[in-house]
Write a protein that binds this ligand. Structure first.
Ligand SMILES: Nc1nc2c(c(=O)[nH]1)N[C@H]1C(S)=C(S)[C@@H](COP(=O)(O)OP(=O)(O)OC[C@H]3O[C@@H](n4cnc5c(=O)[nH]c(N)nc54)[C@H](O)[C@@H]3O)O[C@H]1N2
Ligand SMILES: Nc1nc2c(c(=O)[nH]1)N[C@H]1C(S)=C(S)[C@@H](COP(=O)(O)OP(=O)(O)OC[C@H]3O[C@@H](n4cnc5c(=O)[nH]c(N)nc54)[C@H](O)[C@@H]3O)O[C@H]1N2
Ligand code: SF4
Ligand SMILES: [Mo]
Length: 715
């Protein structure tokens, strides 16, 4: 059989691994391997990327738009007919409830789909709706809150290349490719190389993770205690005088206030509450913060602290993130004037990196306020944590129509029952997804998009400074046609064509689109990159991916005059920190805590059913427990257990994990069926039935998803 080879990239996660695809004479991808020639991903690819092509051919893939029928079944419908009907319904809803009643929800598959990623919010703006939601506000929006309360360093964290120490809290980049102070591409080799040059690691995680195996100091606290643990670290650093007093006096307001606020968080208090040893806590603080003796005397150590999802999902998640960032602030762990910028940009525009504080902004305190919890917006987004109430609470802005793009909120959102009831209450739910997800099952229309290898793409422009630490990009043209006889759509087209039908003009990334004839994906990508450091046409010349020789760039000194300062202890932070101290910590009624985690084999709600090799390797989301806890419960790996929180109950399959500390059930999200049609635990369980949406954060509406008190017993 004649075959051809094509180069592309996996766009499931920020790893953006270069792939070499073998394609047969029928244009079918028959195998994939990591592209060893790729200058950044160097052959690395995980099981998902090596099999993602199989999902293109899976019999469950939806190949034609579907419309819900009165009897609950779905019937094929022509795309343009579906769009006509949807546009008509939208006009009707807008007339009765205003345009704000029309909402969009961005799931993870919309981030690495550049044209679609920009189109969704721009479409909402074009129809006059501010109802834009994304997974960010059930994920790491605590980082946005921290930047906006504390301030942000214009030149970014201390560069990874020169880091002597990294602290990672509640994150596992060797599996997730999702840590903000660590390269997201080819993470295992990068770790080995960095360790060889002497990088030290402090890891704070209840589980000795794949990343934790490289730790010099590993703290395994109870989940949900990141505020306690990090306040304890700050306490030790201040007491030992390891903070950078010079940096603090120049760039930080009221460092004394922070010192006082963490005074109560003594190593003994932290040890008792978070169940870590006081001496390990001291060792962690020392390794991160103790200055080193250089040729010119004592100098600050280089390298930064960062958190992942867990810190941003525990109790007091915004406070926890704020304190993690305070570690960087008080130790001055930011790129200095004159230091080289490792990625001056490829698809993003050239912008100066300035060694100065960008002042706090607190955008949620300004502008639009929701009738739900009085929440505001952050970076133009409404809070997904209250999406359900935004649908069910009457009043101005009540949502009546929702577009779900590249996400599956029914399995991803806290408090599954509430989310499902709310989605059922909508007048119009449209899901754009290649598969019939549980969200799709509740939808009035399901529109199947082209999949990864069938469309042109570029990596994210706006996240480039965070996700790509070197000047690298890969333009991926479509490498296979869509399946014969199918009617599929580019995600972005749905919105362009609805705007056209509604008589609206889309201003796409600041450029007004021609609404008479449809643009191409390349034309949209060209708009997004019109000011890029490397011209789009140049990037396109390297579909195999390229590390560009960009002009060297250095961090600029701060401008003269009055400088903004970090606000390390604003009143709300101070009060919350004092309130956490007064909490008792342990809830006597519950003997375990639920802990979030990700699984290498799957991506959130995806890849549970459509790849045989993955189904064999990871058939369900087990409830991982320490082997001693398994023994104490009188159960064995593979037994069913019943898990109960104050909010709900689930049945799961127990599995021993010697890397997990005691007293914790570590379980991944995204699995299971609908509440009234649950899957057997051998096919996966929805942990979000355990998560209450009752105790939400007052700024970003986040629920507590890790450190949740639970009981476990044999089923
Ligand atoms: N393979 C794979 N990769 C993924 C994903 C996936 O589903 N699968 N999802 C992607 C997405 S959407 C995201 S946002 C990123 C997230 O990327 P990460 O934030 O790195 O996510 P995790 O790998 O779950 O790491 C969280 C770690 O926190 C630990 N933990 C749990 N509770 C606590 C706690 O209270 N405190 C502390 N200190 N640690 C705790 C867990 O044991 C776990 O090791 O990953 C992305 N990459
Ligand atoms: N309890 C608990 N809940 C959590 C978390 C947790 O740790 N614990 N983590 C949270 C986090 S960090 C996140 S990000 C969310 C994730 O929540 P979601 O984003 O809702 O979940 P995903 O599975 O990532 O959704 C991806 C969807 O996109 C579809 N898809 C694939 N390719 C394409 C495409 O080309 N176009 C379109 N339109 N669709 C495509 C897939 O079939 C899948 O249905 O879950 C959150 N929920
Ligand atoms: S899912 Fe795996 S192969 Fe795909 S980009 Fe992420 S790490 Fe790479
Ligand atoms: Mo996420």
């Amino acid at each position: 059989m004649t075959t051809r080879e094509a180069i592309s990239s996996c766009r499931i996660c920020s790893g953006v691994c270069g792939l070499r695809l073998t394609i047969d004479e029928n244009d079918k991808i028959v195998s994939a391997r990591g592209d060893k020639g790729n200058p950044v991903t160097r052959g690395f690819a995980c099981i998902k990327g090596l099999h993602v092509h199989e999902t293109h051919y899976h019999p469950d893939r939806i190949l034609h738009p579907l419309k819900l029928q009165a009897d609950g079944s779905f019937k094929q419908i022509r795309l343009e007919t579906a769009l006509d009907e949807i546009a008509e319904k939208l006009q009707d809803i807008a007339q009765r409830h205003g345009h704000e009643a029309i909402a969009g929800f961005r799931g993870t598959a919309n981030y690495l789909n550049l044209a679609a990623n920009h189109m969704l919010p721009d479409w909402l703006a074009s129809i006059g709706s501010n109802s834009f939601f994304s997974t960010m506000t059930i994920d790491q929006s605590a980082k946005w809150v921290a930047f906006e309360r504390l301030g942000m360093w214009g030149a970014g964290l201390d560069p990874f290349d020169s880091a002597e120490v990294l602290m990672m809290v509640g994150t596992n980049p060797l599996v997730s490719m999702g840590t903000w102070n660590y390269p997201m591409q080819d993470p295992v080799k990068v770790m080995k190389e960095a360790r060889q040059r002497g990088l030290k690691l402090v890891i704070i995680d209840p589980r000795r993770t794949e990343t934790g195996h490289y730790a010099d100091v590993l703290l395994q606290p109870l989940p949900g205690e990141d505020v306690t643990v990090v306040a304890g670290l700050l306490n030790i650093i201040f007491r030992e005088g390891w903070h950078d007093a010079g940096f603090c006096s120049r760039y930080v307001n009221n460092v004394e206030g922070l010192m006082q606020a963490v005074e109560a968080y003594t190593p003994e208090y932290v040890a008792r509450r978070a169940d870590v040893s006081a001496s390990d806590l001291y060792a962690a603080a020392k390794m991160f913060a103790e200055p080193v003796n250089g040729p010119e005397g004592m100098r600050r150590k280089r390298g930064s602290a960062a958190s992942g999802t867990a810190t941003n999902m525990g109790p007091h998640s915004n406070l926890a993130e704020h304190l993690v960032q305070c570690l960087n602030v008080i130790c001055g762990r930011f790129a200095e004037a004159g230091s080289p910028v490792s990625n001056p940009g490829v698809v993003s525009p050239k912008f100066p990196r300035v060694a100065a504080v960008m002042p706090p902004n607190r955008s949620w305190e300004k502008g639009w306020r929701s009738r739900v919890d009085g929440l505001g917006t952050i970076y133009g987004q409404k809070m997904s944590g209250v999406l359900a109430e935004e649908i069910t609470t009457p009043g101005a802005g009540q949502l009546r129509a929702l577009f779900v793009v590249g996400g599956n909120p029914v399995n991803a959102m806290p408090d599954q029952r509430k989310v499902v009831d709310a989605l059922r209450d909508l007048e119009l739910l449209v899901t754009i997804d290649p598969f019939m997800t549980n969200t799709g099952r509740l939808s009035h229309y399901v529109i199947p998009p082209k999949m990864m290898f069938e469309r042109a793409d570029l990596p994210s422009r706006d996240f480039e400074p965070f996700t790509t630490l070197v000047p690298y990009a890969q333009y991926t043209p479509p490498v296979i046609p869509v399946p014969a006889g199918s009617e599929l759509v580019d995600d972005w087209y749905v919105f362009w064509s609805l705007a056209k039908r509604m008589g609206k003009k889309v201003v796409f990334d600041g450029v007004e689109l021609d609404m008479t004839s449809s643009p191409t994906t390349d034309e949209l990508l060209a708009i997004i990159t019109r000011n890029s450091v490397v011209p789009f046409e140049e990037v396109k010349r390297y579909p195999e991916g390229k590390l560009f020789d960009s002009d060297p760039m250095v961090v600029q000194p701060a401008p003269a005059g009055e400088l903004a300062r970090f606000e390390v202890i604003p009143d709300d932070v101070k009060h919350e920190l004092a309130a956490v101290f007064r909490e008792t910590g342990h809830n006597e009624k519950y003997s375990f805590r639920l802990s979030v985690r990700r699984l290498r084999e799957v991506h959130n709600t995806s890849f549970h059913n459509n790849v045989p090799a993955i189904k064999r390797a990871m058939p369900y989301n087990a409830a991982y427990l320490n082997p001693d806890d398994i023994a104490d419960l009188g159960i064995a790996s593979g037994d069913r257990v019943s898990i109960t929180s104050a909010h709900g109950n689930i049945t799961a399959i127990a599995e021993a994990d010697k890397d997990l500390r005691r007293g914790v059930v570590s379980m991944s999200h995204g699995w299971g069926g609908l509440p009234d049609d649950p899957a057997a635990p051998e096919k996966g369980t929805c942990v979000n039935l355990l998560i209450s949406s009752g105790q939400r954060d007052p700024i970003n509406g986040m629920s507590v998803m890790t450190g949740v008190p639970i009981n476990v017993e044999r089923h």
